[in-house]
Design a protein around this ligand. Structure first.
Ligand code: SF4
Ligand code: SF4
Ligand code: F3S
Length: 266
């Protein structure tokens, strides 16, 4: 209780803001407990009350005061084409703000597919040259927390781990925390028995679909997707994409937009 709370600076590049929407819905731990008791969310231009010059002053003050001690959480990515002109904040390209803020950070968290891999704005032909954070920032620990968006409890879980143990979690080859991205959706899917038995839905409204058969033939990417949806589920454990009758589109994998995830039959 006496330990100073770690400042977090949450930046937004090219993105849709649903990573924030996901984060604020965490049930275990509750987001309010993370934000009010564990970390100090000093700057988040989506959630903070301040705006404009007042907000930017806070950013500068935290960077100065807590050099080397703050965590940068990035939602979205910087577009590099035309000198970064496709994402301007405070009159400057986002890429400049990102580089300057990360320069004295202790660690960087890349939220979601946008920051981790590029996501839809980086899909071919990627007109703005949207680029993932780890390709423009170096020399700092970067934790990729992909998904579009990531599971709320995965987001707060990563933050909780870092603040509790004062270290970054063990990462896989794609820079994702192994504790949440160590298994495939397919490994824990409750429809797996149907896959093993060769029982597949072959149309969205066929008999197999109504019986809850495996969605592999409807394009489910669960066998090649590493994420915790089939074990942790969404909305506080209520449901997840496969349970709602739609196959996994592989949203926590690099380049899923260009890999035929949407409505492709195998
Ligand atoms: Fe939105 Fe997905 Fe990007 Fe998160 S990763 S900001 S949910 S488009
Ligand atoms: Fe695997 Fe998808 Fe079938 Fe589940 S629905 S068993 S994740 S292929
Ligand atoms: Fe994404 Fe697949 Fe989970 S689409 S939300 S990784 S089930």
């Amino acid at each position: 209780e006496t330990k100073p709370r770690t400042p977090v600076l949450w930046l937004h590049g090219l993105e849709c803001t649903c990573c924030t929407e996901s984060f604020i819905r965490s049930a275990h731990p509750l987001t309010k407990d993370v934000v009010l008791s564990m970390l100090s969310l000093d700057y988040d231009d989506t959630l903070m009350a301040a705006a404009g010059h007042q907000a930017e002053e806070i950013l500068e003050e935290v960077k100065r005061k807590y050099k080397g001690q703050y965590i940068v959480a990035v939602e979205g990515n910087p577009p590099l084409n035309e000198d970064g002109m496709f994402c301007i904040q405070g009159g400057r390209p986002f890429i400049e703000k990102l580089r300057e803020t990360c320069a004295d950070a202790k660690a960087i968290i890349s939220w979601g597919a946008c920051a981790s891999y590029g996501c839809v704005q980086a899909a071919k032909p990627n007109p703005t040259r949207a680029t993932p954070v780890h390709k423009v920032i170096s020399g700092k620990p970067i934790i990729n927390v992909p998904g579009c968006p990531p599971i709320p409890e995965v987001m707060t879980g990563v933050v909780t781990y870092m603040l509790t143990f004062d270290r970054i979690p063990e990462l896989d080859r794609q820079g994702r925390p192994k504790m949440f991205y160590g298994q495939r959706i397919h490994d824990k899917c409750y429809r797996r028995g149907h896959f093993d038995a060769g029982q597949f839905a072959e149309a969205w409204d066929d008999e197999g679909s109504r019986k809850g058969y495996c969605l592999y033939k409807m394009g489910c990417k669960g066998p090649t997707t590493y994420n915790a949806c089939s074990s942790m589920r969404w909305n506080g454990g209520v449901s997840w994409p496969v349970q709602s009758g739609h196959g996994c589109i592989g949203c926590s994998e690099d380049g899923f937009w260009d890999k035929g995830s949407f409505y492709d039959r195998v």
